[in-house]
Design a protein around this ligand. Sequence first.
Ligand code: EPU
Length: 342
Amino acid sequence: MNAGLVIYNDFALREYNTFGIECTASRFVALRSGEDYADLLRSGLLRESPFFILGGGSNVVLPDTYDGVIVHPANKGIRLLECVDGRCLVEAEAGEKWADFVDYSIAQGWYGLENLAAIPGCVGAAPVQNVGAYGKEAKDVVRRVHCFDIEKGTECWIDAADCGSGYRWSRFKGEWKDRYLIDRVVFSLSSEFHPDVTYKALAVALDERGIANPTARQLADTVTALRDSKLPNPSTIGSAGSFFKNPIVTDSVYEDLKTANPDIVAFPVDDGHYKLAAGWLIEHCGWKGRSLGRAGVYEKQALVLVNRGGCSGDDVCRLANAVVADVEARFGVHLECEAIFV
Ligand code: EPU
């Protein structure tokens, strides 16, 4: 076994999840190189006991104790593979912080990630969750993903087109769950900057700043300011970002809701469906700013659940269930969690 692979027992995860939940994992291993990934697979540990792959811990709710192995990708590195006809293929390792990767790319003149600025979490999680914000999703920029196959003990490349990416979803969360460890991701970026300002709130924010033709940095800064105005900073208030997904309903469900609630916020997604703003639904059930136990609904954005101090996974679960029940009773719409309960 590689001398670098250290497995810790009874490991405290407080610093490894943005909710700030005190969780003790019976075992914890950080992977710092491709060799570490290979060694971990060879050790057989992941076939013997339950495990969970924990990136930046920005989208998870941890229990008080986790009886299994927490696998933490911590390998770093960003490199340009090629730049041909304005298309730059850039490889980033799973343990890179996503927000740092976005900033670095902009500084290098590799464009396409600006709308995804300041999202917490790591590069390796981006294709799993298909992270998205301000009109862009990871699937718009991911070209291929390099993985270690836990079942077969081999390495492979998976093409982005085969990842089945959807709204906060991919096959890594479905049929491939617990099958692959992602160690690096290749992105297809552009050497020319073409701003995407189709998301209304972003266009309005640029307008308010008097910016008609933003540079990539200005666009990313505006996105960051928008996020800062609505989302809690994990270093001061624990949260997992958006806790629920925005539910997608049929046209006819939307029409009925709109008749009963003329100011409901929704966006057409395709011919027959609308995406409802879950934040609006939660707010109109009176939950914005309220608490239950040591968990609360954030006062500036009702889609976000926060740690009011010393909150446990159970506190979050109770609050989430209460919110889901009220939204269902009032609007007949079922909210699904975006955050993952470990
Ligand atoms: N709204 C309310 N009340 C609220 C919150 C929102 O009425 O408390 C309404 C507002 O009218 C607003 C609309 O909902 O115009 C949409 O709000 P916002 O633009 O803040 O976006 P969101 O749908 O609430 C999603 C993502 C965020 C992402 C933003 C911007 C999901 C689950 N969340 O939130 O992603 O940053 O759009 O693109 O799709 C994350 O996943 O952690 C995350 C922060």
